[in-house]
Design a protein around this ligand. Sequence first.
Ligand code: SF4
Length: 507
Amino acid sequence: MQSNKVIPIQDQTNNTSGISCHSGAEDLLAAAKSANKSEILGQYAKDYPKGPHDQPQSMCPAFGSLRVGLRMRRTATILSGSACCVYGLTFTSHFYGARRSVGYVPFNSESLVTGKLFEDIRDAVYKEANPELYDAIVIINLCVPTASGVPLQLLPKEINGVRIIGIDVPGFGVPTHAEAKDVLASAMLRYARTEIESGPVSAPRNGVSDKPTITLLGEMFPVDPISIGMMLEPMDLAVGPVVPTREWRELYQAMDSKVVAAIHPFYTASIREFESAGRAIVGSAPIGYEGTAQWLENIGAASGVSTAKIGNAKDKFLPMIQTALKAKPIKGRITLSGYEGSELLVARLLVESGADVRYVGSACPKTAWSSSDLDWLEQHGVHVQYRASLEQDLAAMKEFEPDLVIGTTPVVQKAKELAIPSLYFTNLISARPLMGAAGAGSLAQVINAALANQNRFDAMNSFFEGVGKDHATGVWESVPVDRPEFKADVRRRMEKAKAKQKAEEMG
Ligand code: SF4
């Protein structure tokens, strides 16, 4: 049933002229601010402070929100953005096994400028809002609709009992896909909190725990919450849901825990929601021997558990972790970088396993919830770089001459070119158990196998020796001559054409 309420069409004529997904971040930001998005962008600027680069250096940040939506049961996710962005995001979602349709409301200059896009989004939401199928519908404004001020906040909060969550996730306001997960998770927590405040809500699928629960903040390998649950047991605590949740009702359960473990430290807006509900937040994670000891103490103290029970948990699990670390040592110099937000935790585990870690770069910002990891790593001689740029990651690789590079795609690509064994952080490191004794053993396996690859790299290097580089790559009868002046000329012409186009638009 469509509501009779009239939703005002915003006149966006002045805001959208000339804005496209090729516009620079500054132009998009200025357009968004003049289109009633100042408040949300101001909040993003506080929550997700920018680094040395003004644009994401990894995948489109909106992928983080999209992934969170697609992984939730009974949730439909709809994108509003340029077709090229939606194509890329849909492709990446299916590459990572979404097995779910991604909704899309297309637009053209006319529907964007007249405000018809908002009406189209509204119609799409009404059509999708089937309570038999969905608990919630998520609509994500990408760069251009955000810059154009498409007012998702004016959508009804609920249609036929289906919750409607509209969020802006522009690349010029949310620096990484990790933080985009926080944008959606916090919007859902906020919604769930208002539901809790206004009356009874559904109980968890497996019933309410008879022990106090600890909510875990941050996506992790499925074994990790189980390992954490086992470590909490001697303290008469139980593991709660993992946020971002897989189901709407888990949000209530997450809010119900008195203590929240910020396993991933970049969930700034979600932490604000928990804190406003009076929940205590504990940073870091039960990782390695020292990390686990400290974490159990902090969680126990925040939950009001007796020192004796904390001691029981430590006595039971720390010796197992120590044995696992000793059984599988790692020997070699490593530099590490990633954009998942768990980089500091992985580095701690590597150091405790015996690795000589010199550099950790994280695309995520510095927050209070990783400060103990930062201190610990610095005490162990590791350089930690928050909001690390690709250039900084590559410079570290050059300076420290590692035996193994763990990094993002472009970093690993460069390492391979230099015949240095390397591993992708996202696919090979963050997709493994890291917590407790299970984590201590599992990292060593993949790291040691990669370290042992140096001979193969050397063999390949000598096999391909002399086949040329860059413009001269390949086997040639006469090696191509580089013509940097041609490239410079083309660049000059393009810049001139762009300036001419801009002048024509202005006048
Ligand atoms: S939504 Fe923005 S950041 Fe994402 S692909 Fe499109 S232009 Fe790039």
